[in-house]
Design a protein around this ligand. Sequence first.
Ligand code: ATP
Ligand code: FE
Length: 358
Amino acid sequence: FRVLALESSADDTCAAVVDASRRIWSNVVCRQNRLHEKTSGIHPLVALRAHQRNMPGAVRKALHDAKLEMADIDGVAFTRGPGITGCLTVASNAAKTLAAANNKPIVGVHHMQAHALTAHLTSSSPPSFPFLTLLVSGGHTMIVLATSLVDFRVLATTVDRSVGSTIDRVVTLLQIKWADLGPGPGLERYCAEPVADEGALENEPPITMSGKLSFSYTGLHSWVERTIHAAGGLDNVKKRAVARAFQNAAFAHLEEKLLLALKWCRNNDHPVRHVVVSGGVASNSLLRQRLKTCLSQSIYDPVDLVFPDPLLCTDNAVMIAWASMHRFLARDYDDYSIETLPTWSLEDLKNPPDPPAV
Ligand code: ATP
Ligand code: FE
């Protein structure tokens, strides 16, 4: 069974073809970084217009790269939600129209379920259920217990901002140049550059929500603001010291909560063997290294850490195709009139909310 999938929930316009035997036939990602660097973040209307411009070309390229035509496609999947209201409709309308014109079934996919299941597509030994997943992206920071392909329990989420959006804001505050792939990779590259002078900080980053199964990132963001303000602007040495301390503190916060979640699993009789780390921030190599060290020293039962390929951690349509596969194979299709859901909890996969009232 071959699926053509489309994704446009945030800032990347994506199309891909994947089949039920886990073969990735094509993977097209049109990034909008250059547009959003000018506005220091995603502007919904700018993103919407870019999706509208890029989606036809992305679909054409996905088929072309796969050397396939619509006749060779068995189903069309798209991101139904959650995501930016207008942006979601681009992939959804394109998918529904393509499918209706070619008489193919459709499936609307939950974007975070797709991030969580990416490891099942790419890993040589797919994680067994139940597994824990740390989802760290632009819109979410969550630890989720997955007990089946469609049953997810959110153990921890952020009380304010996500780690990804905090990284993006701090990159702007510190005026760090974006890398080709965006602000997160820009911070990673900047912090990894070797320096002669390490620099010292008067105040260490705050530790927030200690001992609680909840994330919070506004305190860390304010610490960066305060540090810049107190110094009346930062010289290069200080700026790099702040960037590194911020990145380390942001990741230490993830580690603490992951250990608390493993403790919760042990105390509540959920024997997890795997921890899947996915979403854009999971492509960060320092985070990968830190989590490996942290879990290898943990007092809990050993777990295997699973990281999808960094290019499949950030947004892509391969993961959307894969997350739709079990539904296509079960002939559990959606109706062509299905609507997008900008807000949609991973816990409500089987009972999606009503679309927002107009
Ligand atoms: P969501 O998945 O929650 O809907 P999204 O789809 O916009 O949000 P993703 O593409 O999954 O988000 O992740 C984007 C986020 O990941 C951005 O905040 C980006 O800066 C961050 N990111 C990407 N690469 C890295 C990296 N190497 N280091 C740190 N952060 C990164
Ligand atoms: Fe995402």
